[in-house]
Design a protein around this ligand. Structure first.
Ligand code: ADP
Ligand code: MG
Length: 759
């Protein structure tokens, strides 16, 4: 048996299971081994049903039968009923007001039920017990760790920890558990029957170098696989999880370090702006850079000089002044001539130089300066950047242009030196190709092959951190120098995550806000406070301001989703607000399922002020900028992560008016309320992101979708030491052996892993 063998050829798997497994991404033996439990059920805590008593607190493991929806006999309250069949007997259960439970836990489902025993007409039952999907209901000899030599009575003893896997419709934890057990017993690993953890088996080779494992005191692959799927105790399970967490982060780091090594070896532009040049630009503004901005400029200018292209991430909350940093560094680039053409180092252009540059527009000059590309994920954002640059470059004879799918613009306009003008696409392309336009801002339209550059030296990518290096590759031309890269993001992420997914980038934080901004007022609102908040919202709207209302869902809930049932939906809430609460104001809707054209129209209407209240999902999270919006209401706030709430709140941070953020929650759970409270206190997004990571359990970190990091990898990110160790080990190996020639197993495993995939 090989790890790469197809599961369907190794085990007997029927078609429906094959389908369900494929949905989970499991097709090979390796896939199944690497499908890790989300948690373990400790069956030693299970209650025996033989001796129940009224008022007794019980934890039952069993299967569901006779699940049905019904109505209370007199009260007509909708409810679910079912019988829980445990190894030692049956107990009935009812759930009032929660009829969907009957659908969520259908006939045969394996469950864990916790509650207090009630009694009626001499019969015991459970009323509204907590219910979750459970792993397996073992018989006495079910464990992989049955001690053949037995306990003190010579009876075989079984482990009591049973794995609960992330399930998909069609495969239960029980099925997975038995399949893995078969593989292990069938010799995929060394035998595990003795209760003594086996060493790595014959067929399975550990790709991690032995010295690395030893230094970090991590179990070998074979041992870790048994320990993670069928641990004898929590300590072993933890050790195994730690190993796989390390493995995942280490592999990501290896890839990132390899990528970095490659970019570092390519030729680039050596750009050395002088102090006068930079100071000259900065002195145009009525404010001084914050200490964080100054540090960022220093970092970037240091990277510009020399033989290696910059690969840097600039992370800062909305309004921390990233665009300003982008504009200042762009200025330094576009006022620099390619090294071959400069005699001495470039300096801030003197008046006479500026006049010469002004002639650029008349076509009398040779347009030899270096160029900048600034790319944003949406047309709205690209346009906003263009407008910011027009503002920041006012009075400078430097052409800045915008390219999107709906057209092209150029600043300054010949007629109005402070404004822009529409130009044709072909004209724009010509001027970019001959260097007359040194700064081009745009969407994906920017990286199309039709866009030719004269001397592209600097690429700034906004809010597309994940793709930054790829897009640079798309923009770079084979025969040219590699442009410097600055990736900007307002998405606050914890340091450990940044070190991992941006392992190929150096990091600069803009963690200081420009002075004089009014801090936003954030309040948690219990259901009873809703009316008052609506009144405040009405006052703001009457004063000419605008508002966001954020809902967790788009449309009516799927009835089987218990969580969703209580969450407000954008569509319904917009109707309700328009009809019942704010009939005098125009209400619009924005969510991810809308066609992008419709989305843009809606954003335009909101930006122009014809829509006063925008009801939206978290799609507005990224970089939408409507300065007149001063108030944001977030429904079901407990459903969002702290950093996401912080991002959403950033939408109303753009104005000079006092901004407000109201968090609605129906939750009475103290940890939830405490979590939301953190938001009313925290200084910046990074603090919140760290907080978020530590507070949220694995499984709800949505790392796979957002970052391409699995649940177990996300767990590792709670451990700075582990992440630093993974980075250091990867760096050490790559520095001496980029292509891992001395580590063939590692090389193979890395290649088989392929790219890190995002949604
Ligand atoms: P970001 O891109 O990080 O959201 P911007 O660069 O757009 O932030 O800056 C937000 C606002 O703050 C802009 O109006 C900008 O002109 C202003 N600003 C930037 N830096 C400073 C500073 N050091 N002091 C005062 N205002 C600043
Ligand atoms: Mg910005």
């Amino acid at each position: 048996m090989n790890l790469s063998d197809k599961l369907s050829e190794t085990l007997r798997v029927d078609e429906s299971h094959t389908k369900a497994l494929t949905r989970l991404g499991v097709t090979t033996v390796r896939d199944l081994f690497y499908h890790f439990p989300a948690r373990y059920d400790d069956l030693s805590g299970a209650t025996q049903t033989g001796s129940l008593a009224k008022g007794q607190k019980v934890t039952l493991y069993g299967t569901i039968s006779k699940a049905k929806v019904s109505k209370g006999w007199k009260s007509k309250i909708p409810m679910a009923q079912a019988t829980i069949n445990t190894v030692s007997g049956k107990v009935k259960a009812v759930w009032f007001h929660q009829p969907y439970i009957a659908k969520m836990f259908p006939e045969g489902a394996t469950v864990k039920v916790e509650g207090t025993i009630s009694e009626r007409s001499g019969e015991f039952y459970l009323s509204n017990p907590a219910i979750t999907h459970a792993s397996v209901i073992p018989d006495e000899t079910d464990s992989l760790f049955v001690q053949e030599d037995g306990d003190e009575h010579g009876e075989p003893t079984a482990g009591t920890l049973f794995p609960v896997y992330p399930e998909s419709r069609g495969v239960t934890s029980r099925w997975i558990y038995y399949a893995i057990k078969k593989l292990i017993k069938g010799g995929a690993l060394a035998t595990a029957s003795s209760g003594v953890p086996p060493e790595a088996g014959k067929q399975i080779v550990d790709p991690l170098p032995a010295d690395v494992l030893k230094r970090l005191n991590l179990p070998s692959l074979g041992t870790a696989l048994v320990w993670i799927h069928a641990p004898e105790n929590n300590k072993d399970a933890d050790a195994a999880r730690k190993r796989f967490a390390f493995e995942e982060i280490f592999f990501i780091q290896l890839k990132k370090q390899q990528e970095r090594h490659m970019t570092d070896s390519l030729p680039t532009w050596d750009i050395r702006p002088t102090k006068e040049s930079v100071d000259g630009f900065l002195s145009k503004f009525p404010f001084k850079p914050t200490s964080a901005q100054s540090k960022a400029l220093e970092d970037i200018f240091a990277d510009f000089a020399g033989t290696r292209a910059m690969s840097r991430l600039l992370e800062g909350d909305v309004g921390s002044g990233k665009t300003f940093v982008a504009a200042a560094t762009s200025f330094a680039v576009v006022t620099t001539r390619p090294p071959k053409m400069v005699q001495s180092g470039p300096a801030f252009p003197k008046k006479s130089d500026l006049q010469k540059m002004a002639q650029v527009a008349d076509g009398k000059q040779d347009f030899g300066n270096l160029q900048v590309a600034l790319m944003a994920p949406t047309e709205i954002l690209a346009t906003q950047h263009f407008e910011s640059f027009v503002e920041l470059y006012r009075g400078l004879p430097i052409n800045v242009a915008l390219i999107t799918s709906s057209g092209c613009k150029k600043f300054p306009s010949k007629l109005n030196p402070n404004g822009w003008t529409n130009i044709s696409r072909s004209q724009l392309l010509k001027w970019v190709a001959n260097g007359e336009i040194p700064i081009l801002i745009g969407t994906h339209a920017l990286i199309q092959k039709t866009v030719e550059w004269k001397h592209l030296a600097y690429i700034i990518i906004d809010e597309q951190h994940r793709f930054g290096t790829k897009q640079r590759a798309a923009l770079a031309r084979k025969d040219k120098n590699l442009p410097h890269l600055l990736s900007m993001t307002a998405t606050p992420i914890p340091r450990t995550l940044a070190l991992t997914i941006y392992g190929d980038l150096d990091l600069t934080l803009l963690d200081v806000m420009p002075p004089g901004r009014k801090p936003i007022i954030t309040k948690n609102v219990p259901p009873s406070g809703r009316k008052e908040v609506y009144e405040h919202l009405r006052q703001e709207l009457e004063a000419g301001r605008q508002a966001y209302v954020i809902c967790p869902r788009i449309d009516a809930p799927d009835e089987t989703d218990e969580m969703a049932l209580q969450a407000k939906s954008v569509e319904e809430e917009a109707k309700r607000l328009a009809r019942e609460v704010f009939p005098e104001f125009s209400v619009g809707v924005l969510h991810g399922k809308m066609k992008s054209e419709k989305k843009e129209d809606m954003m335009k209407a909101f930006t122009e002020g014809s829509i006063k209240i925008l009801v939206a999902t978290s799609v507005v999270e990224v970089g939408v900028n409507v300065p007149n919006a001063t108030i944001i209401l977030i429904e079901g706030a407990e459903r969002f992560g702290l950093s996401q709430l912080h991002q959403l709140r950033g939408r109303v941070l753009r104005s000079n008016h006092q901004a407000y953020c109201y968090l609605f929650t129906e939750s009475k759970s103290q940890p939830t309320l405490d979590r939301l409270k953190a938001l009313t206190k925290a200084a910046n997004g990074f603090e919140l992101a760290e907080h978020d990571l530590m507070l949220r359990g694995s499984g709800d970190l949505s790392g796979k979708k957002q970052w391409g990091v699995s649940d177990i990898g996300m767990e590792a990110l709670k451990n700075l030491k582990l992440v630093e160790a993974a980075r250091a080990e990867a760096k050490r190996i790559v520095e001496s052996d980029v292509f891992l020639k001395k580590y063939p197993e590692l090389q193979k495993a890395l290649a088989e892993r392929g790219e890190v995939h995002f949604e």
